[in-house]
Design a protein around this ligand. Structure first.
Ligand code: ATP
Length: 648
């Protein structure tokens, strides 16, 4: 594999300038990534591919980025692949002259329809080889397939899939089918794609004309200077993407005007959901007071519902987005209809940050999250809605053409209250208290729990009080009543394996292996086994669910000890919220290995299942660094560390 500096985007590419990027070049890149384990190496391989695209066929950069993220459009457009495995198997069978039964048997054995598709194709002789596939063509056809609806759409989809599939050569078949199935299985996270793009822009600035003379920015610079430049580009790209997570807007600006133009051209915009600010866990009022010493702050109730970013665009269109930038507008027709009740006359456009909470109209009280989660997720009819919601507004991020994220929270809150109003049972401002005394915070915390809230969010008001997009910021602290004595928070972990149950649990899984996500190395690290906290019925449901996600071989990016090997491995597909007594060093688990101790990992003691986190993807699970921070923040560990410091 060529290294970034040695790679030549023209000479080392397999296509010529002005030609369309062959899909084979893309598939080969994914194959190299799949064969590689280091994160830096992966980024380098991808950036080399991007560099060739930038120089040879820049129009293919956008489809290339989408294809390697396995997306077709920004999340909020809701365009998903979603072709059921059964149908894909049928298509593969028909195109390769094999029977559905043969394909199914192979998938059972190999565990991956992509590989079966590739093998089936390579064993097949074709009379006429259709012309080679291109990246742009595959992308646009995939998009057409995803957007087909209606009664005959399945037949039409299968026709299109088959036309493309017969044109696939070698590894193309594998990745084409995996794309359609909705999982590329190469462990390439969003952040790595962004970094690869940044590296490509640093090496081969996309706005330049190529050639004058070629083409390797780092060669002309000292390595320190290059690193500085790369860091600057990576930061600009990341910040832009957080404010405006839409490659349809970012990539054209990159190509036309270069990275420097991004901050002015791709800004916070109503109608484009931004990545929200998140809070740091704390374990007690004292910790909050210590962190915020000398700063003005406010305490707000922490409502247990669903985050709702409400956008009003210039054309008056109102949209509601989730914590993960999905479009929830059709889930909440009731909120949309009532928006006029809270919106002041002066509001032309805006972005509000809120929590939608299940609400008992008769008793005028907040209902638990579990009730909210029974609402239909999409296309709800207002007449059919049984669970009412009240929206608690806590921040205003944009108002009348002005972004407010750089303003203080005190100012944003003032503008929020000036331009929106409360309506009984529909719209409320988050209940808040500006105080600095421990006693008052404690009383307010108690009240929040009695009011069916999770605890408090404590936020800086004036200094260090901007809205930090996409950050888990120390300017927002969460204080959850339940966990004050323990860890300060629950953990959100990924289910990576299952142990077959015995005795009463025969026929279902009796336990599961859980993992945190290490962002640094992009791997899932085992953190504990869990077998308690489930009702029998739940175990049956989870068994059914995970049986569809069993993989025959453990992923190269799962870290675990062979003594804890589960009976079945699963795709990383679901996040569970877990409560535990504490976190301890472990000779067998691998969470945060190398952070707290060079050889030992961390594990959770007495883990209990709380709920599924539908709103989190596996890469958003609690990170290895978060687990290490929670471990170090435990009283007994803090005491030990300070005792050993004193001894030194
Ligand atoms: P969890 O929800 O499990 O605590 P998380 O990672 O989803 O974890 P946190 O950073 O812990 O999010 O908490 C912030 C969440 O709390 C927000 O995403 C929002 O949905 C919710 N929330 C409820 N009340 C408030 C409030 N007053 N201010 C800010 N966020 C609030």
């Amino acid at each position: 594999n060529p290294s970034a500096s040695a790679y030549h985007p023209i000479d080392d590419a397999c296509w010529k300038r002005g030609d369309k990027t062959p899909y084979s070049a893309f598939a080969r890149t994914l194959e190299l990534i799949e064969e590689t384990s280091g994160r830096l190496k992966t980024i380098e391989i991808l950036s080399n591919y991007f560099r060739s695209v930038i120089v040879l066929s820049p129009a293919d950069l956008l489809p290339s980025v989408y294809l390697c993220l396995n997306q077709l459009a920004p999340a909020y457009e809701g365009i998903e692949f979603g072709v059921a495995d059964q149908n894909l198997m049928k298509a593969v069978a028909q195109c390769t002259g094999r029977t559905l039964a043969q394909i199914k048997a192979d998938v059972q054995e190999v565990g991956d329809l992509g590989i079966v598709a590739e093998n089936s194709r390579s064993n097949q002789r074709t009379m006429f080889q259709p012309p080679p596939l291109t990246v742009s063509n595959v992308y646009s056809k995939l998009k057409e397939i995803a957007q087909m609806t209606g009664p005959t759409s399945l037949t039409k989809k299968l026709d299109k899939i088959q036309t493309l599939f017969v044109a696939c050569r070698n590894a193309e078949a594998k990745y084409f089918i995996r794309s359609l199935a909705g999982k590329l299985r190469i462990g390439l996270a969003e952040q790595s794609v962004l970094q690869a793009l940044a590296l490509a822009c640093a090496m081969t600035p996309p706005e330049q004309d190529y050639p004058p003379e070629i083409l390797n920015a780092s060669k002309k610079m000292s390595s320190d200077r290059f690193k500085e430049k790369y860091d600057e580009i990576a930061l600009t790209l990341k910040t832009t993407y957080c404010e405006c997570p839409n490659y349809n807007l970012i990539i054209p600006v990159l190509l036309e005007d270069g990275i420097k133009a991004l901050p002015s051209k791709c800004k916070l915009t109503p109608g484009i959901p931004l990545k929200p600010m998140l809070a740091h866990p704390t374990k007690g009022v004292q910790e909050v007071l210590t962190r915020f010493e000398g700063l003005k702050f406010t305490c707000e109730w922490k409502y247990d519902g669903e985050r709702a970013q409400i956008h009003v665009a210039d054309n008056g269109q109102v949209n509601i987005y989730s914590r993960n930038q999905e479009n929830n507008t059709t889930k909440y027709p009731d909120i949309i209809k009532r928006f006029k009740n809270t919106r002041g006359d002066q509001v032309k456009n805006c972005i509000l940050d809120c929590e939608a909470v299940a609400w008992d109209r008769e008793k005028k009280q907040i209902l638990p999250f579990q009730i909210l989660s029974t609402r239909k997720r999409k296309d709800a009819n207002e007449e059919d809605i049984k669970v009412q919601v009240c929206v608690f507004m806590f921040d205003l991020l944009y108002l009348n053409d002005e972004p407010l994220v750089k303003e203080t929270f005190a100012k944003r809150r003032e503008l929020l209250k000036e331009h929106f109003k409360e309506v009984e049972g529909e719209w409320k401002f988050a209940n808040s208290l500006d105080t600095t005394t421990m006693e008052e915070v404690e009383v307010f915390l108690d009240e929040s729990v009695k009011g069916n809230c999770e605890g408090l969010m404590v936020k800086t008001l004036e200094k260090e009080a901007t809205y930090e997009i996409a950050k888990r910021s120390r300017n927002w602290l969460k204080l959850k009543k339940d966990y004050l004595d323990g860890l300060g928070d629950t953990l959100d972990v990924v289910v990576i394996g299952g142990y077959i149950g015995k005795g009463k649990r025969t026929g279902t899984y009796g336990g599961f292996l859980l993992a945190c996500y290490d962002q640094e190395n992009e791997e899932y690290q085992s953190i504990c086994k869990i077998g308690t906290g489930f009702k029998e019925e739940e175990l049956e449901n989870y068994t059914k669910f995970f049986k569809d996600h069993v993989i025959p071989q453990v992923k190269s990016y799962y870290r675990f000890d062979s003594s804890h090997e589960p009976d079945h491995w699963f795709e990383p597909i679901q996040v569970w919220e877990i409560k535990c007594a504490d976190i301890s060093l472990s000779p067998v688990h691998r969470a945060a290995i190398g952070i707290v101790d060079p050889e030992k990992g961390l594990s959770l003691r007495f883990p209990r299942f709380i709920r599924i986190r539908e709103d989190k993807s596996c890469e958003q699970a609690t990170s290895a660094q978060d687990v290490a921070d929670m471990y170090n923040n435990q009283e007994q560990i803090k005491n030990k560390t300070s005792a050993s410091k004193t001894a030194e």
